[in-house]
Design a protein around this ligand. Structure first.
Ligand code: FAD
Length: 106
């Protein structure tokens, strides 16, 4: 069976990093591909109950692929819903760039 924790960490790393470097003003082609990538997850993610829950989340909160900031915020909110479900601490979404793009100030 897949390692649900390992694939989760790897997937969040990929998704948050991809959002962090997504253009401020994506082209229609970039938006369409980001939408396709996100909509593929509920179909293909290798943890079926995770995939089903994400699909349900996406019904109520369609992906915001309008630009970097909106996408990063949307993804942070989806990840926080999973954190809440698992009893993990919520992440402060104002800090997504520090975590996934810029690194900590020092
Ligand atoms: P992770 O949750 O993997 O987070 C990795 C890092 O991301 C954290 O260390 C933190 O620095 C950062 N981070 C945390 N929250 C946020 C946020 N909101 N925004 C930005 N960065 C953040 N596991 C299950 O057991 N059941 C499920 O139903 C389930 N559903 C999942 C659905 C999806 C779409 C994905 C990608 C994963 C899912 N997982 C699920 C796995 C779970 O979310 C975790 O990845 C796994 O439990 C490992 O957790 P972790 O504590 O190492 O940190």
């Amino acid at each position: 069976p897949p390692d649900v924790e390992g694939i989760g960490r790897a997937t969040w790393t990929f998704l948050h990093t991809t959002a962090a470097y997504y253009p401020e003003r994506p082209s229609p082609h970039q938006r369409a591909n980001m939408l396709a990538l996100l909509h593929a997850l509920p179909v293909l993610y290798p943890c079926s109950h995770c995939a089903a829950d994400l699909g349900a989340q996406m019904q109520g909160a369609p992906p915001d692929v309008s630009g970097r900031a909106g996408l990063s915020a949307w993804l942070c909110a989806r990840h926080n819903e999973v954190n809440r479900k698992l009893g993990k601490e919520e992440f402060e979404c104002a800090k997504v760039d520090e975590r996934w793009k810029d690194g900590p100030e020092d």
